[in-house]
Design a protein around this ligand. Structure first.
Ligand SMILES: Cc1ncc(COP(=O)(O)O)c(C=O)c1O
Length: 376
């Protein structure tokens, strides 16, 4: 069976492009022909459409998810001297955005149930310098927003949602990115709404924060003559916006396809030695990634690779253990649940373009792993 199957990558952005290729080509071509390439009609329309999808008042398109975090933090008033409580179990951009805003990241531990920041641990990190909490909706599973918003409201803190991996995830009927003071999204090609290069967006219900984010993304200007903030050149391109406008119309069906793949993996892996992702009550997991935990991760990774199934490790070490943080060492026993996750997590192929044949093949390989483990 494996002889006639090509290697199955963990991501395949082209497979998520092909079903919509005709419309995307047409949309991109019409931008090329319009001559309007920066902050034109396509970005404005995409911002409206994404705001409607999320159920928020304002969306500001920017050049990447990282920029959306930096601009979001600054737009809600985070500044040098402030502390921002966040998770160490995320992509480096979460914490580097806090550094870019001039503030200090303070790391709370995660819950091993959904790998998101643990509200109890957040409470232990607060002090008079804390300005904001930055949860990450990791892998597509919402962070515990009701509990975090309760803490933030009580203490008068801003909440900056890092929703880069989770566009389309919900708690009840509310989409992630609609709970906090401000939220950041990424359109990196492998995300649930993947673009064709870099791109990102800031979302908020606050008119003043949206206004500030618009200024920050465009050199801090209020109009063509006046610059009032130290801003950036961080604009979402018209070409990206035009293509994203096509894909956002299909976002929910793409997420449903991801969810069907997750169900398929889950049925097979339930009750094995792999810890599978679980969906919290009333939650819609968007499955940006499908991540299991395995005490013999390196063996499993090798087993999969040898049988042409790609996998990835997100993340192999807590953010604070990167050399970037060598000047502020963390105690060896800090964030034990994050450390355990870093040792054991492994992500399987997950995207909406996986074919039934590919899913069937991956399941067969996982079944072989199961058999091999049972006979040990
Ligand atoms: C959790 C998280 N935050 C932020 C980012 C940064 O997004 P971008 O790559 O669009 O800058 C990513 C991207 O991988 C991410 O996964």
């Amino acid at each position: 069976m494996s002889a006639d199957i090509d290697f199955i990558d963990i991501f395949d952005p082209a497979a998520e492009y092909r079903p919509y290729a005709r419309d995307i080509k047409e949309a991109v071509l019409s931008v090329l022909e319009s001559g309007e390439y920066i902050l034109g009609e396509q970005v404005a329309l995409f911002e409206e459409e994404l705001a409607r999808y999320l159920g928020v008042r304002h969306v500001v398109g920017v050049a990447s998810g990282t920029d959306a975090l930096v601009i979001g933090l600054r737009a809600c008033g985070v500044q040098p001297g402030d502390e921002v409580v966040t998770t160490p179990f995320s992509f480096i951009a979460t914490a580097s955005a806090i550094l870019h805003a001039g503030a200090k990241p303070v790391f709370a531990d995660i819950s091993l149930r959904d790998y998101n920041i643990d509200p109890e641990s957040v409470l232990k990190c607060l002090n008079e310098r804390t300005k904001a909490i930055m949860p990450v909706h990791l892998y597509g599973h919402p962070a515990p927003m009701h509990e975090l918003m309760r803490i933030a409201d009580e203490k008068g803190l801003a909440v900056v949602e890092d929703a880069a991996q989770s566009l389309g995830a919900k708690i009840g009927e509310r989409k992630v990115g609609s709970f906090g003071t401000v939220a950041a999204f990424s359109f990196y090609p492998t995300k649930t709404l993947g673009g064709f290069g870099d791109g990102g967006a800031v979302a908020t219900n606050d008119r003043e924060i949206a206004k500030k984010a618009r200024m920050l993304r465009d050199h801090g200007r209020v109009d063509s003559k006046e610059h009032v903030l130290l801003g950036y050149n961080s604009r979402l391109d018209e070409i990206q916006a035009a293509a994203l406008r096509v894909k956002i119309r299909h976002l929910d069906e793409m997420i449903e396809r991801r969810r069907a793949v997750a169900r398929s993996y889950g049925e097979l892996l339930e009750g094995t030695d792999l810890v599978i992702p679980v969906e919290g009550e009333g939650v819609r997991h968007a499955y940006g990634l499908y991540t299991v935990r395995c005490s013999e991760r390196e063996r499993l990774a090798e087993f999969l690779q040898r049988r042409k199934v790609g996998c990835g490790i997100y993340y192999a070490r807590p953010i604070f253990e990167h050399p970037l943080f060598r000047d502020r060492p963390y105690a060896a026993d800090a964030c034990p649940r994050t450390r355990l996750a870093c040792r054991e997590v492994l992500s399987l192929p997950m995207h909406s373009g996986l074919s039934p044949v590919q899913v069937g093949y991956i399941k067969k390989v996982l079944m072989d792993w199961r058999k091999e483990r049972a006979s040990v």
